[in-house]
Write a protein that binds this ligand. Sequence first.
Ligand code: FE2
Length: 468
Amino acid sequence: MKPAYLISLLVVLGLIGMVPTAAAQSRNTLVPAGHLQYAPGPIPDRVILVLAQNPESSQTVNWRTNYAVDEALAQITEAHDGPGLHLTAREVTGTTRPRTSESGLAHHHSVTFDGLRPNTLYAYRVRGQDTWSEWFQFRTARQSFSPFTFIYFGDAQNSVRSHFSRVIREAFMQTINPAFMLHAGDLVNLRRGIHGDEWGEWFDAGAFINAMVPSFPVAGNHEFVYETDEAGERTRVLSEFWEAQFSVAGNGPPGHRETVYFVEYQDVLFVALDSMRAIDSEESAIVQARWLEEVLGRKDYRWVFVSHHHPIHSVSLGRDNPALREHWMPIYQRHGVDMVLQGHDHTYGRGANVPEGAMMVDQTVGTVYVVSVAGPKMYFVSDVARQRMDRLGEDVQLYQHIEVEEDRIRFESRTVTGRVYDAFHLVRESDGRNRLEERLPTGMIERICTNPDREREDRCWQGTELVD
Ligand SMILES: [Fe+2]
């Protein structure tokens, strides 16, 4: 073949190959166009522990298989040193939900282990088609207060396997016996629908960590998808994959049980709220507020953490959420909520809130508000936040390492390379008030965006340009 014909042929083949690639690829995962990476199979995958209301005696596990597995079956035993775990294991059954994505029809399973002993190491495995998962281990919580450490992540959302993996794995490497991992919403993007590949990447990023360290998932705006009715009216509804993959405690108010819930971990209260529904509907904001007030009034918890996706005080420009301040912030102040853990703004921001409602440094603080980001989508800090918040950051992937002690919370926000970016202690004084001690590391200057090649002028990184 003459060189000219060869070149022409290669050009044509190249174009044929390129056109569908460019049209089909979402640019948000590492999965090449046309490749089926995350089809469900006989071997269980996406195994994840989700915190139950009382983690000293219960533990929920979710996993996925192909549709041939129509019963949710798991085995559990107190862990021992030999391989004969099956000899002492008991079997527990649960529920199965079918879900269809681009990866095909899958069965999503859920089992809750009840009647567990506190502070005990358990081994468990889950059933596939004529096979099992590997044995995993987890430790139940203690009956009453004892110091523990948990990890909090802001949005993973984009290019999750490519860029969130490093964060969750580094956090796991650097934390001894994490009690659980809190995800403050926008775990994946889901912008145009189901996106099974995005969920595949999220579960790949956490991998076996998810099956050993329980999760406390909080829903963000990207966990909702749009449905259009016959009249063409668009409404936002929770993705059906949320409840299939995360069987949360289910103790929230009616109509909100998949996303609003609480967990009592060793006498410390953790509450997940649904800020997306609250912003879409004032009625929802009020329903959640009344429920929260009732939960907070039940008993005196040693510490109270609330998490929701949209911030009470936004860090980035043009993202104000006044409905949350109107309906929820007064409850935080009245009941002494210690910390609110948030996401959504793709920046870092931390501020204490004095009773007057302004953000400012004050030695005696009310609620401390944090916004963080784990994935690669990065926005800019607003001028208002710059005036009012104590610590800010742009263009920095973070996880939060939070040690909960009897009279002190040791809070560290760490970069993906393990450097302490922000730190403070919240100290419980003898009169019951909190005092904030700054522990900012010396020499750690505030990070600002330095990306010279921005896809959008108003964003430091889109997060989707990084996988091409
Ligand atoms: Fe968001």
